[in-house]
Design a binder for this molecule. Structure first.
Ligand code: HAM
Length: 437
């Protein structure tokens, strides 16, 4: 037998039903926030991804040369595609652009629980608006989407951070450009690595006085409120110009938090500068939703990326958005018993006698009911009544439609409500009436 490739999933009907449910909630919530759906190609030029996404994702690409000698890759994420699509129409498009997409992404990483080589993501992004109101709208959609599955503050939090504040701190240490980006990559690993290896990594990135930088970084990560962040920067002192930029940035923080508070989401938000995000294109606020039960895995992540559209060839266009994966989400919903019953929703199952007249009458009604939008199933081979009733019961159908010799002779059928057991002799219009109720 052939095996599925490592890190790839097959979707049997019951899995497909769950996937459709997840996609349905994603789509419905995004539409409620007035986002419009878009899509792009699964296969992209390698350069689109290598241009700006950062080393980690690039080392995980499913890339190859196509028969025309082009360097191509299966998309590991949807954001570069989105930036290209919007960039190409940047001159004429109505702003703000609020778009969402549901995309399969491919990453060649070590398969493990919660991380696979193919996963689906809801992506929702707002382009053309630089104010914190756009960040708030993206975060509000993220939280509302998780809540629409029945999840609550008991099950997840949104950790909110800021690459701008990090860059301001690094600048105060004299770090800018590539060295600052290198230092940020190390800070991103602070939760997972030992102090010794962090120091080595910092030194490897050419960061001078790495110990002092790391000590400050530890202090900033330890701040759990905006007031604590404010106090941290106030204590450090520094020159007036840098202080002004810090306080201007803190004003934006206040605006963002006030916005989220007004929408009733304050309880989900944790100020947590420990989030830096691995992707290189992020510029300002960054955030990740983590489950607070079980293994504490990431459910979604995103942030601002104000330069990506321009760098991929378009005009300047500020942007913010997030991606929410289906793998950890499904595991969590399963664990919390929040997935709907996978049984197919069937309106009627046909039980039919062996005579030609019964079969014809049943088939005629099956076709007519389906045309009217009812979900109807019927046996594809002749079987005894007992077996057919059993199948009808197990099918999850609301009604059994019974075509016996006597009923058909009267141009009627027997309609049985499978939940209550009530039944009666009805004609076609009466059946439609009862089933529609
Ligand atoms: P990301 O953090 O790489 O961001 O992925 C977002 C979410 O997708 C993660 O929190 C996780 O739930 C899921 N995910 C990522 N990789 C895997 C994997 N290998 N297996 C299962 N699930 C996975 C992005 O992709 C950004 N493009 C999101 C974004 C949109 N930022 C701005 N706009």
């Amino acid at each position: 037998m052939f095996q599925t490739l490592p890190g790839f999933r097959e979707f049997y009907p019951e899995d497909c039903a769950i996937r459709n449910y997840i996609f349905g909630v994603w789509r419905e919530t995004a539409l409620r926030f007035a986002f419009q759906e878009f899509d792009g190609p699964l296969l992209e030029p390698l350069e689109l991804i290598t241009a700006k996404s950062g080393d980690e994702i690039v080392s995980q690409l499913f890339n190859f040369e196509d028969k025309g000698g082009r360097a191509v890759t299966l998309r590991p994420e949807l954001t570069p595609t989105l930036a290209r699509l919007v960039g190409a129409k940047a001159g004429s498009i109505k702003r703000p652009v609020k778009w969402f997409g549901i995309a399969e992404n491919f990453r060649y990483e070590k398969p493990q629980k919660g991380r696979l080589r193919s996963h689906y993501q809801l992506n929702a992004d707002i382009l053309g608006e630089s104010s914190p109101a756009a960040d708030a709208e993206a975060i509000a959609l993220l939280i509302s989407t998780l809540c629409a599955f029945g999840l609550s503050e008991k099950e997840f939090v949104l950790r909110l951070s800021d690459r701008d504040l990090w860059l301001l701190l690094l600048e105060q240490h004299g770090l800018t450009g590539d060295v600052a980006t290198g230092a940020l990559n190390v800070i991103d690993k602070m939760e997972r690595e030992s102090p010794e290896s962090l120091l080595k990594m910092m030194q490897g990135k050419g960061v001078p006085a790495a110990e002092a930088v790391l000590a400050d970084a530890q202090k900033l990560v330890a701040c759990t409120s905006l007031e604590a962040v404010e106090a941290f920067f106030a204590d450090r002192g520094g020159d007036v110009k840098s202080g002004d930029r810090v306080s201007a940035r803190l004003d934006q923080w206040r605006e963002l938090l006030a916005h989220l508070d007004a929408m009733g989401f304050a309880g989900f938000i944790r100020v947590d500068l420990g989030i830096v995000r691995g992707l290189a294109y992020y510029t300002g606020f960054v955030f990740e939703a983590f489950q607070t039960v079980g293994k504490g895995r990431a459910l979604a992540g995103g942030g601002r990326y104000d330069h990506l559209v321009e760098k991929l060839g378009g005009q300047p266009m500020p942007a913010v958005g997030f991606g929410m994966g289906d793998v950890t989400l499904r595991d969590l919903l399963e664990d919390r018993k929040l997935l709907p019953d996978p049984k197919p929703e069937l309106d009627g199952y046909v039980v039919v006698g062996s005579g030609e007249a019964e079969r014809r009458a049943a088939l005629r009604d099956v076709a007519a009911l389906r045309k009217q939008g009812f979900k109807i199933d019927h046996p594809l081979k002749q079987q005894g009544f007992g077996k057919q009733f059993k199948t009808a019961g197990a099918s999850g159908a609301r009604f059994a439609l019974i075509y016996g010799e006597e009923e058909v002779a009267q141009h009627k059928l027997k309609l049985r409500n499978l939940a209550s057991g009530e039944e009666g002799l009805v004609d076609f219009p009466e059946m439609v009436k009862q089933m529609g109720a």
